[in-house]
Design a protein around this ligand. Structure first.
Ligand SMILES: C[S@@+](CC[C@H](N)C(=O)[O-])C[C@H]1O[C@@H](n2cnc3c(N)ncnc32)[C@H](O)[C@@H]1O
Length: 244
């Protein structure tokens, strides 16, 4: 029988696949969470993980262990609720992915995370649509959303990462992390861009003596950095780049 001490030590050793290199563990604390822990933690907010449009942000998302499982859970709901409804399968898959956000400081993890989520979508589509291959136009929507939502950034400075020896001026002028909020009304989508810093600041500033109907504290909404006109969601990959 193992003593408590032995068990604790064994539990702390990361399994293969949880680390990429000792250097990265030392420099970035990069130890990925094992699947069992991911599921146990997500089960604590099970209802939210099974709501297609619930928004999740992971501020140090690594290669996406949590985001991948959240996406899988949402897509399972889409497949169940919209069986044989192709148009809804397309729309709801876009809503599911549009509400998943991540920030990660290591670019290779960002790329891996986006690709991993895209692979999950493609594989899911095949099983939800009885072996069909996801249409290229829909894949382009998923890809665009992933590129906008899984961002390379520093979750501490809330800006794009800078080299360790960056000057004070470079730090002052660092580019802020900007997230896009996607709000769907039927098959139209409204995109609003926000600085991550403003989103967090707004959340931390409740309005004194003001409460919602449910008795929750009220918050002033953050100011959008940019707002676009509503468009059909299938135009997502082509519309915004013409609006810069
Ligand atoms: C302990 S790992 C966890 C990864 C993932 N959340 C998981 O549970 O599998 C921490 C991650 O945070 C990233 N990271 C470290 N400092 C960061 C920062 N300032 N901003 C964003 N990501 C950061 C690392 O590159 C690493 O991928």
């Amino acid at each position: 029988m193992k003593s408590d001490k032995q068990t604790a030590t064994a539990n702390e050793i990361p399994a293969q696949g949880q680390i990429k290199s000792r250097k990265r563990v030392a420099e970035r604390g990069e130890v990925f969470t094992a699947e069992r822990e991911v599921n146990a933690m997500l089960d604590l907010v099970k209802q939210e993980t099974e709501r297609i449009d619930s928004r999740f942000l992971e501020p140090a998302c690594g290669n996406g262990n949590f985001l991948a499982e959240i996406l899988r859970r949402k897509l399972a709901v889409v497949a169940r609720q919209y069986e044989h409804q192709e148009a809804q399968i397309h729309l709801q898959s876009a809503i599911a992915v549009s509400s998943i956000y991540g920030v990660e400081i290591m670019m290779d993890n960002v790329v891996e995370c986006r690709q991993r989520l895209l692979d999950i979508l493609c594989e899911w589509y095949g099983s939800a649509m009885h072996g069909a291959v996801a249409p290229a136009e829909l894949c382009a929507v998923w890809r665009y959303l992933l590129e906008r939502n899984i961002l390379w950034g520093d979750a501490l400075s809330l800006c794009l990462p800078l080299p360790a020896d960056a000057t004070l001026i470079q730090r002052r002028d660092a580019e802020p992390i900007i997230f896009s909020e996607w709000s769907f009304i039927k098959d139209m989508v409204l995109r609003k861009d926000y600085r991550l810093a403003s989103l967090l600041q707004a959340q931390s500033q409740s309005v004194p003596d003001l409460f919602s109907d449910q008795g929750d504290e009220a918050y002033l909404p953050p100011k959008a950095a940019k707002e676009y006109k509503p468009i059909h969601y299938m135009k997502i990959p082509t519309y915004y780049d013409t609006q810069q």
